[in-house]
Design a protein around this ligand. Structure first.
Ligand code: BEZ
Length: 328
């Protein structure tokens, strides 16, 4: 159909007005993508979010959850969110830090002492304020933080001291803060997405993995390992994202309702990891591998060196350190 300039101008004015005052409420089936497998805490939280949204919207809105990278890896999903091809995602902050390095501040080694402390930091005003740049910088709205627990090291063979990590091919999630951490340790960090990890550990393509205790249990990574260092060396935050394009097309009421429900379910994962991390650790004590707790002293002077690299890249680091201090 041919559109006259007059008609186009009227349409553009109407669209502009709609974006200013909020679009009329329209029924929608949202698509939410994540990389975690179906039994994972994030996937369960995404499903619970969908169920509550359907209920609270009186069936007007629904959510189709696509777990296990069905829609692509996180970099691809972030791109789809930017164009509006994907509506929502529960995504690692690691991936967001690939686009906005300031988010690398969350990965300062031993910023958090444990999961309870990590949750308090992620619930701080400082952490929340960091989300404000996301619409301009990556075309997404960040509604709040969740987590996948704390990071530990699972290895084939024995690891007694930090020297034993030197030269080990050690699987990492693909993002720079963790790459720098293991390079500083003298290991050979090997970026690898989650679905490739089990086979890589089983066939010796990697000697060790950087991982959390939920997935070491659920995906049975311990089957091909000898030593688990319970190190808690980094937190591993997640963020609930809505495409900024999709968000702009929502009514004000829908923006408020969807953001509030999504933020609450994302946040609920923090409590899951606080409650369950000790249980998962305990379970791993009984699977026939050596489990050893280590603290910051195990990693020597790596923390200071990491800070030297990231102070310039992540301006929020001092504020996040202050938030960590205040929430101890
Ligand atoms: C990982 O890359 O290790 C990871 C990603 C998402 C959730 C948990 C772990």
């Amino acid at each position: 159909m041919k559109m006259t300039l007059k008609g186009f101008t009227k349409g553009a004015v109407a669209l502009g007005a709609m974006m200013l005052i909020g679009a009329p409420a329209m029924a929608k089936e949202f698509r939410l993508g994540l990389i975690t497998p179906p039994p994972h805490t994030w996937t369960k939280a995404a499903q619970a979010f969908g169920a509550e949204l359907a209920e609270k919207s009186g069936g007007k809105h629904s959510i189709s959850v696509f777990p296990a990278r069905q829609l692509g890896n996180e970099a691809q999903m972030l791109q789809q969110l930017q164009t509006g091809a994907l509506d929502m995602a529960f995504m690692t902050v690691a991936e967001v830090s690939n686009r906005v390095p300031n988010f690398g501040a969350f990965y300062a080694p031993y910023l958090a002492n444990d999961m309870t402390h990590a949750a308090a930091i992620l619930r701080s005003d400082t952490a929340r304020e960091m989300l404000a740049v996301l619409p301009q910088e990556t075309g997404v709205v960040g509604v709040g933080y969740g987590s996948a627990g704390m990071r530990h090291i699972l290895s084939r063979g024995e690891v007694k001291t930090a020297d034993d990590l030197k030269g080990l091919k050690l699987r990492i999630t693909p993002f720079d803060p963790i790459l720098d951490f293991y390079n500083l340790m003298g290991a050979a960090p090997t970026p690898m997405p989650l679905p490739a990890v089990y086979d890589a550990l089983a066939n010796g393509q990697v000697d060790a993995i950087d991982m959390d205790v939920e997935l070491i249990n659920v995906l049975k990574y311990y089957e091909h390992a000898d030593t688990l260092l319970i190190s808690n060396h980094m937190m591993f935050p997640m963020v609930g994202l809505i495409s900024a394009r999709v968000y702009a097309g929502l009514s004000d009421d829908d923006k408020a309702m969807i953001s509030e429900i999504m933020a609450r379910h994302v946040d609920s994962t923090l409590d899951v990891y606080i409650a369950k991390s000790p249980v998962w650790e305990e379970t791993l004590n009984g699977v026939g591998i050596t489990v050893k707790a280590v603290d910051a002293s195990f990693f020597g002077d790596v923390m200071g060196k990491w800070e030297d690299i990231w102070a310039a890249k992540a301006p929020s680091l001092p504020a996040l350190r202050a938030a960590a201090e205040a929430t101890k």
